[in-house]
Ligand binder design. Structure first.
Ligand SMILES: [Cu+2]
Length: 589
C-alpha cells in the first residue's frame, strides 16, 4: 500500500502548502491524517474473512527542517506512521518490513496479545533483521486509542511511532461528530545516542533553567535566610536542582502534533456546535505535556483506551506513553488553540481547532518554570513526621532531616535506606499517595486539572478477587551518574525476572525514591490503579510522582515474558527495565 499512501501524502502536502504557506521539510513527511481535515485516513487494510491485513514498511528517509538536514525513521513514508485502525473481535495480521540497515521491531502499546506478538527484541521475539518481513497476528480483545512504536535501541526518538485505534464491537457510551488523532511527540536533530551520552556525562546537560542568584534573593525575602540556605543545601547535596523536571528539554527538542511543528499549526476542522473527539497520544521519548484548549472545556471519556466516567477539565497532564480521549464542543465560529506545553515550560506543541482552514487563535504565554517542593523528596508536607533524607550515592550517608527546621529524625524511614546500593542515591522517607495532585506546576493554576483520583472506570472488571499477595518495587535512580533502576539494580544487573503466577491476582506497590516522574508501563496485562474508586481505572502506563507510593492490582492472565519499564526512553536504556514472567503452574496443562 505504501506507494498509494505516499502519493496521497504528497498530494495532501502540496494542497496544505498552498493553504498554509511555506513549510519546513519535516512536514513533507507528516502523515496524511495531519493534513486531512475531515476524518483520519488509516493505513490501507485488506479484509480476508475475519482477518485484517496491513503492511507497514520501516525506512529512513532524508528531510530538511529550516536549513537543517535530518533522516528520521518513517513508517509507510511518514512521521508519525499511519493510523493502524483495527476492530475489536477481528484478527489483525500486520506485516512489517524492515528497510533500515539495522534490526527493528514494533511493539503494540497497550494491546493484550500473545507474548510472542508483543514485539520486544530479546524478551518476546528476536527482532526484525534488515531486509526481513515479520508478520504479527493477534485477535483484538479490547477497543480504544493506543499506539505503536519501536522497542529497538533509541529508534523511537527518530520518529518510529504511530497511532493505533481499535474500533469497539459495541457502541461507545458517548457520542461525537468528529474524530481526530492528536499525536504529541518530541523531535531532536541530535543523534539520540549522542543525547544519551551527554546525559551520562552531565544529567543537567539540557537543563538551562536552573535557578539564579535572583531566584535565591527572591526566596530569601519570602522565606528568610536560614530556610533558603538550608533548602538550597539539600538540593545541592543531592546534586539536583529543584528545576530538574525533565532530563531533555526544549533546548534540543521541537515539539510536534501529528508530526507538525508549532508554526505549521496542525488544524482540525469543526462546525460550531459539533462534538469533537480528540484522541491524545503522548508518543514522546521524554516529554510530559500539559494540554489545554483555552476557551473550551474538555471532557475526558477514556484513559489509556478504556472508558471512564466523564470528567470535565480545563487541563490535563499526559505522561509519556499515556493516552486520553476528550470531547470538546466548540460553539463559536472561531479558532481555538490546542496547546500542549512541556511540563518544564521549555517549549510547546501547538495546533488549532477551527471552522475553516488557515485560521488561528492566540498562543498562550509560557508559564513560569515550576519548582519541586519538599514533597518531591518524599517529605510529608503537613509539617510533622517528615523523616530523614538519606543519600547513599558517592559514599555519602548524610541524614539530612536534622538540618531541616521542624523535621523529626525519629520518624524514620519506611524502607531500609541502604538496601538498594549505589543505584539508589536516595530513599523517600515518607512516601505517600499523590493521586489527588495534578503534578508540579499545576497545583495553583486556578484551572481544573485532571488528577488520577478523578478516574472512575465503567467496570466492573471480570476479576473481582482481592489480591492474594503484594509485590513492592522501588523506582530508584542516581541522577549524578544517570543510573535509573528498580530496587537499585539496572536491568543488566539482575539475573531473574519478576515472577507472577499464571492466574493469580496480585497487588503491585510502587514507591518512587527519585526526584522525577516515571511513566511505568507493563506489557500484556492491565494495571488497575487503586485510587479509591469502586471500579478502578485500567491503565497500561502509570506516571508515578516523586516521593509517591501507589498500588495497582493485576490479574496475571497472560502467560509468557513481558517487558516492564519506565517509558522515558533514556531511563529505559539506562536500566529502568525488568522482565515480568507469568509462569504457568506445573499442574496446569
Ligand atoms: Cu523513568
Amino acid at each position: 500500500m505504501s506507494r498509494n499512501t505516499r502519493g496521497f501524502t504528497r498530494r495532501r502536502f502540496l494542497q496544505g502548502s498552498a493553504a498554509m504557506g511555506v513549510l519546513a521539510g519535516l512536514e513533507a513527511l507528516a502523515p496524511a491524517y495531519a493534513w486531512q481535515q475531515t476524518g483520519n485516513p488509516a493505513a490501507a487494510k485488506r479484509a480476508q474473512g475475519d482477518v485484517d491485513v496491513i503492511d507497514l514498511t520501516i525506512q529512513r528517509r532524508p528531510m530538511t527542517i529550516g536549513r537543517r538536514r535530518a533522516r528520521p525513521i518513517t513508517i509507510n513514508g511518514s512521521v508519525p506512521g499511519p493510523i493502524v485502525r483495527l476492530r475489536e473481535g477481528r484478527t489483525a495480521r500486520l506485516r512489517v518490513t524492515n528497510l533500515l540497515d539495522e534490526d527493528t521491531s514494533i511493539h503494540w502499546h497497550g494491546i493484550l496479545l500473545p507474548f510472542r506478538m508483543d514485539g520486544v527484541p530479546g524478551v518476546s521475539f528476536p527482532g526484525i533483521a534488515r531486509g526481513e518481513t515479520f508478520t504479527y497476528e493477534y485477535e483484538l480483545k479490547q477497543s480504544g486509542t493506543y499506539w505503536y512504536h519501536s522497542h529497538s535501541g533509541l529508534q523511537e526518538q527518530l520518529g518510529h511511532y504511530g497511532p493505533l485505534i481499535v474500533d469497539p464491537a459495541e457502541p461507545e457510551p458517548f457520542e461525537h461528530d468528529r474524530d481526530y488523532v492528536v499525536v504529541l511527540s518530541d523531535w531532536t536533530f541530535e543523534d539520540p545516542d549522542r543525547v544519551f551520552r551527554k546525559l551520562k556525562v552531565a544529567e543537567g546537560y539540557y537543563n538551562y533553567q536552573k535557578r539564579t542568584v535572583f531566584d535565591f534573593f527572591r526566596d530569601v525575602s519570602a522565606k528568610g535566610w536560614n530556610a533558603t540556605l538550608k533548602e538550597r543545601a539539600m538540593w545541592g547535596r543531592m546534586r539536583m536542582s529543584s528545576r530538574d523536571l525533565l532530563d531533555v528539554t526544549g533546548s534540543t527538542y521541537t515539539y510536534l502534533i501529528n508530526g507538525l511543528a508549532p508554526e505549521s499549526n496542525w488544524t482540525g476542522l469543526f462546525r460550531p456546535g459539533e462534538r469533537v473527539r480528540l484522541r491524545f497520544i503522548n508518543a514522546s521519548a521524554m516529554s510530559f505535556f500539559d494540554v489545554r484548549i483555552p476557551g473550551l472545556e474538555m471532557t475526558v471519556v477514556q484513559a489509556d483506551g478504556q472508558n471512564v466516567e466523564p470528567v470535565p477539565v480545563d487541563e490535563f497532564r499526559i505522561g509519556v506513553a499515556e493516552t486520553y480521549d476528550v470531547i470538546v464542543e466548540p460553539r463559536e465560529d472561531r479558532a481555538y488553540t490546542v496547546f500542549a506545553e512541556a511540563m518544564d515550560r521549555s517549549g510547546y506543541a501547538r495546533g488549532t481547532l477551527a471552522p475553516r482552514a488557515g485560521m488561528s487563535a492566540p498562543v498562550p504565554e509560557r508559564r513560569p518554570i515550576p519548582e519541586r517542593g519538599m514533597a518531591a523528596m518524599g517529605h510529608d508536607m503537613m509539617g510533622h513526621g517528615a523523616g530523614t533524607m538519606e543519600t547513599s550515592g558517592g559514599g555519602s550517608h548524610a541524614a539530612m532531616g536534622h538540618e531541616m527546621p521542624g523535621m523529626d529524625d525519629a520518624d524514620a524511614v519506611s524502607h531500609g535506606p541502604h538496601d538498594h546500593g549505589p543505584g539508589a542515591a536516595m530513599v523517600a522517607p515518607n512516601p505517600r499517595s499523590r493521586l489527588d495532585e495534578p503534578g508540579v506546576g499545576l497545583e495553583s493554576s486556578g484551572r481544573r486539572a485532571l488528577v488520577y483520583g478523578d478516574l472512575r472506570a465503567l467496570g466492573p472488571w471480570p476479576d473481582r478477587r482481592a489480591p492474594a499477595r503484594e509485590v513492592e518495587l522501588h523506582l530508584t535512580g542516581n541522577m549524578e551518574r544517570y543510573m535509573w533502576s528498580f530496587d537499585g539494580k539496572k536491568f543488566t544487573e539482575v539475573d531473574a525476572p519478576i515472577r507472577f503466577r499464571h492466574g493469580e491476582r496480585l497487588r503491585l506497590t510502587m514507591v518512587n525514591d527519585t526526584m522525577m516522574d516515571h511513566p511505568i508501563h507493563l506489557h500484556g496485562m492491565w494495571m488497575e490503579l487503586d485510587n479509591g474508586a469502586e471500579y478502578k481505572p485500567r491503565k497500561h502506563t502509570i506516571s508515578v510522582k516523586p516521593g509517591e507510593k501507589l498500588s495497582v492490582e493485576i490479574t496475571a492472565d497472560a502467560p509468557g515474558d513481558w517487558a516492564f519499564h519506565c517509558h522515558l526512553l533514556y531511563h529505559m536504556k539506562a536500566g529502568m527495565f525488568r522482565v515480568v514472567s507469568v509462569v504457568r503452574d506445573s499442574k496446569e496443562a
